[in-house]
Design a protein around this ligand. Structure first.
Ligand code: NAD
Length: 437
């Protein structure tokens, strides 16, 4: 423990000394660093895919599309726009001071800490890192210990392309996080659970360090009676069972109009079969549950309500097949915590208003998905319910756009990133009013 604390202290001191040389403030330096990252990812691509397979049984197609491609897309977009984002911005000045010029100078915070989770262990370490580098910071990454192959790969890749005084990785468990959190960072970017988010924010408060918290929660998907049921089922299946449901923005539970419920469940069944084959237990590419603790937690949900589809599991392989649960109420155990696995509870409704009221009473979701062509209803839901972000007639894709800041609200998080917002979140905006004599 003492060793970890010393390590953390030395690392932060080294990075702060390097930051104070001013080298990372040059836009050319940042562009070069981002180009090196791109080359590093290309060089390590097969190892990244192998690590994701070893840790979570992600297929190469899933690993590439949901992790590597997203990071490369962010990198290219950032490289294209960085000079523009980093330039000082002149803004209007009050007419009472006609001689004054007002300018906003984005400047890096200094040394940033990025704490990453295990579910998209590559994307969620490197996505924030792109913002930290683009804004001119030094950074320490703490990957998740639950995905050890990816954690090691992140360490090797970063060590290969950067000096430790600029960008470093500190691998390890909770003690490593704790040792790092005891240090004074200039920015902390945390992705993970609500409980640990609280710990991070408390630690940050000691040093008055600003934070972004990308957390989780229960994200509903509402299927109204006028929805295109086949399309809704296809998009919900893709959003829910990607990475075996271990996705922060996966639809956590379904609210389905009772008039279309039975028909909709048939579509879900057909779409699961289209996506993963008739017997998912035999599908060698279906991702596994990250560990036995999560497997046991999820298995306990399988007996909730009635099983409309699936329900089988294999503890030796940490495999749970896509499962849909009926006869679920708001009081069912599966409705009391974020599921984070391939288990989809369904609540039927006859009137939508009380259902919206139930959502409003609960913690603000990270995402919400609404399937309807009714624009009045779309506006009503957007107006009535606060949530991080989401889609109308789709799932997940709001988080793949460079133009949509991604983040939670309330218990699902604070702050946002992606695209230009990743640059902004790691920048302080220094406002200067300049007058002549
Ligand atoms: P977690 O909070 O358990 O762990 C996240 C990181 O925090 C890991 O690196 C871990 O080592 C560290 N950590 C764990 N306990 C700690 C402690 N006591 N003190 C300091 N650090 C600690 O989260 P997880 O299980 O890795 O990830 C799952 C959660 O993350 C889910 O709730 C999910 O919704 C959320 N998540 C959110 C997003 C998002 O973008 N909003 C993305 C992915 C996951």
């Amino acid at each position: 423990m003492v060793l970890l604390e010393q390590q953390a202290k030395q690392l932060v001191t080294k990075q702060r000394t390097f930051f104070n040389t001013g080298q990372t403030k040059s836009v050319e330096y940042r562009i070069q660093a981002l180009q090196n990252l791109r080359k590093g990812i290309e060089k390590y691509q097969q190892r990244i895919l192998d690590a994701l397979r070893a840790d979570l049984n992600k297929s190469e197609a899933e690993g590439f599309s949901s992790e590597i491609r997203i990071v490369l897309g962010e990198l290219d977009y950032t490289l294209e726009h960085l000079r523009n984002w980093a330039a000082p911005r002149t803004v209007p000045t009050s007419s009472a001071m006609p001689d004054a010029v007002s300018t906003i100078y984005p400047e890096p915070y200094g040394v940033a800490l990025i704490i990453a989770p295990w579910n998209y262990p590559f994307q969620l370490a490197f996505g924030p890192l792109i913002g930290a580098i683009a804004a001119g910071n030094c950074a320490v990454i703490k990957p998740s210990e639950l995905t050890p192959a990816t954690s090691r790969l992140i360490f090797d890749l970063i060590q290969d392309i950067y000096s430790e005084e600029y960008i470093a990785v500190m691998e390890g468990e909770v003690e490593t996080s704790t040792a790092l959190l005891n240090e004074k960072f200039d920015y902390i970017f945390f992705t993970g659970s609500i409980g640990v988010g609280r710990i991070v924010m408390k630690a940050a408060a000691e040093h008055l360090t600003p934070v972004t918290l990308e957390l989780g929660g229960k994200s509903p998907a509402i299927v109204h009676k006028d929805a295109d049921l086949q399309l809704a089922a296809q998009r919900i299946v893709r959003g829910k069972f990607l990475n075996a449901g271990q996705t922060c923005v996966a639809p956590d539970y379904l609210l389905v109009d009772e008039q279309v419920h039975d028909q909709f469940i048939e579509h879900i069944r057909a779409e699961v079969s289209n996506a993963y084959g008739d017997d998912v237990m035999q599908n060698k590419d279906f991702p596994h549950i990250v560990n036995a603790r999560n497997f046991d937690r999820l298995s306990a949900f399988l007996t909730n309500g009635s099983t409309l589809m699936g329900g089988r599991s294999n503890r030796d392989q940490l495999m749970i097949e896509p499962t849909v649960l009926g006869d679920i109420t708001w009081d069912s155990p599966v409705m009391q915590e974020e599921i984070f696995g391939p288990v989809l509870p369904v609540i039927k409704y006859s009137e939508l208003d009380p259902i919206l009221g139930e959502i409003v009473c609960r913690a603000k979701p990270l995402a919400l998905y609404l399937f309807t062509e009714n624009e009045v209803l779309q506006e009503q839901v957007l107006n009535q319910i606060s949530f991080g972000g989401g889609c109308i007639n789709d799932t997940l894709f709001h988080m793949t756009s460079h133009y949509l800041p991604f983040g939670g609200v309330g218990e699902s998080g604070m702050g946002s990133y992606h695209g230009q917002q990743s640059f902004e979140v790691f920048s302080h905006h220094k406002s200067i009013l300049k007058r002549s004599k």
